[in-house]
Design a protein around this ligand. Structure first.
Ligand SMILES: [Zn+2]
Length: 490
């Protein structure tokens, strides 16, 4: 993690009085030596929207998830190893883990006691862990994973039993349905997945397939994600999939997977993957991972998610008219740069994912369909925003804002996706094409494989353009009314 800076104008962390209180506390505890004592790791990382997500006191370096699946029964038997480094002396620590029964927990070869409650797994090692120590947690568990109602969101999250296949994925907190995890994007880690499936099923996961161990009745698939990955971007799927293999002009492997009856459709939908990657590389910088592709499932959930190096698409999207499915694919591929390589510092920064991915998909339209189609898309989106604002809330200055939407609006189509994209277009019109794309490239290069906040992006925009953009971003990101873009008024 490179930065956790809060948006400047709406920071709850940088108030001078709070800083002073912090300093006084630090001086007090440092003076009495309490900072040297071991203490429990926090049960959350103080995310402004989801305070219990993630856990404090350590940094995960690598997950090794070894799981054997029974597709018909929707069960797994698994051992997950978590290699981590202590950020403080730890008397106990927490992981996020939902409802599967645990058999045993070990910390560095020693049996550890544990407690499972409300999605938190609390582990007390036999001996305390010292600050800076690299340690390994081993959790053995088995049972039937299931989705769970995530706090304050409508949708159940995480695990999908689709009868002919099983799928684990979910933003912001679906991974804890099938493995114990420090479930916050600020603690990214590398992963090994050793997934065993009975024949004829195949197990697919984020990353590259490095080994296939074929047994008499089952096959083990070993997938490696060797670049840092936020937990909400992990994907696992077990089912009957056909591999569709290709590569980009630069030799990047394209590996996609689809159920047999959707292979033809998937081939058509993914046909321009290489061109989209090339367009984004020219605009943003090198593609960050070792492979690219997509997984198609017949889920009936109607959405796509940018799971790392292999976004997942519901069959409904792949069956849609090609210009629509291509927009989805361009959106999820753009997330590999914005969201996956540069991940949000907190969930308040979600527009940095969705506004960028939406705008990038417009840039693909600009390149593939021409400037006038792109121009109409940008203008129509802006006019829609202005009209919607006027009709829905006449004279009312309140409402969710893009830079701090609140939990209920983190995936709001208008506030986060459309307004996020129009904000970037307004910035482009304000500073000009050269400065705008220099801002985007600098921002990406500075925060790739890490995390960034809204404040980080604003700082880069001001640094590169040399302009004071505080009023601009205040209007677009932190006020509900839609600022005027004179160039788009007809
Ligand atoms: Zn998205």
């Amino acid at each position: 993690m490179l930065s956790n800076q809060a948006p400047r104008r709406h920071s709850r962390l940088s108030h001078p009085a709070l800083t002073l209180i912090g300093l006084i506390f630090f001086a007090y505890f440092a003076g009495t030596g309490i900072l040297l004592a071991q203490s429990p790791g926090d049960v959350g990382v103080d995310d402004p929207y989801f305070p219990n997500l993630g856990n404090g006191g350590y940094d995960v370096l690598h997950y090794t998830i070894d799981a054997r699946f029974d597709v018909e029964a929707n069960t797994l038997q698994a051992t997950t190893l978590i290699d981590a480094q202590a950020a403080q002396a730890l008397s106990r620590l927490n992981l996020d883990f939902q409802r599967i029964d645990i058999g045993s927990v070990r910390v560095d070869e020693g049996e550890a006691s544990f407690e499972q409650r409300n999605g938190e797994l609390t582990i007390t090692p036999a001996a305390a862990i010292s600050e800076g120590q690299v340690f390994r947690v081993e959790v053995r568990y088995g049972g039937s994973p299931s989705s769970y109602p995530f706090q304050q969101t409508i949708a159940d999250l995480g695990w999908y039993d689709l009868e002919s296949h099983l799928v684990g994925m979910g933003e912001p907190a679906g991974s804890s349905t099938w493995y114990p995890v420090n479930e916050h994007p600020s603690d990214k880690a590398t992963y090994t997945f050793r997934l065993t499936a009975p024949k004829p099923y195949m197990a697919v996961a984020s990353g590259v397939l490095v080994e296939r161990i074929v047994g008499a009745d089952e096959t083990t698939y070993v997938w490696e994600m060797r670049q840092p990955m936020a937990s909400y971007l992990t994907l696992v799927a077990v089912g009957e999939f056909v591999e569709i293999s290709d590569e980009t002009a630069d030799g990047l492997p394209i590996r996609s997977y689809a159920p047999p009856h959707l292979v033809r459709r998937a081939e058509t939908a993914f046909a321009r993957t290489s061109e989209i990657i090339a367009a984004y590389e020219a605009l943003f910088g090198d593609y960050p991972f070792e492979a690219v592709g997509g997984l198609v499932v017949d889920g009936g959930f109607g959405f796509a998610l940018e799971t790392q190096s292999m976004p997942i698409y519901d069959g409904m999207i792949i069956r849609a008219p090609i210009n629509l499915s291509e927009q989805f694919i361009a959106h999820e591929l753009a997330h590999q740069w914005f969201g996956n390589s540069v991940s949000p510092a907190t969930w308040r920064d979600i527009w940095l994912n969705e506004g960028f991915a939406t705008y990038a998909s417009w840039l693909w339209v600009e390149q593939s369909a021409g400037l006038s189609v792109f121009g109409n898309l940008a203008r129509n989106s802006y006019v829609e925003l202005r009209n919607s604002r006027r009709l829905a809330r006449p004279g009312d200055a309140r409402g969710p804002v893009t830079g701090d939407p609140g939990v209920e609006a983190i995936f709001d189509g208008e506030v986060i996706y459309t307004r996020g994209a129009v904000t970037l277009h307004a910035l482009r019109l304000k500073v000009g094409d050269d400065a705008f794309f220099e801002i985007v490239r600098t921002y990406y290069d500075r925060f790739k494989f890490g995390n960034a906040s809204t404040g980080d992006f604003i700082a880069v925009a001001e640094e590169v353009s040399g302009a004071d953009l505080s009023d601009f971003f205040e209007g677009w990101l932190f006020e509900a009314d839609v600022p005027l873009i004179p160039e788009l008024e007809s």
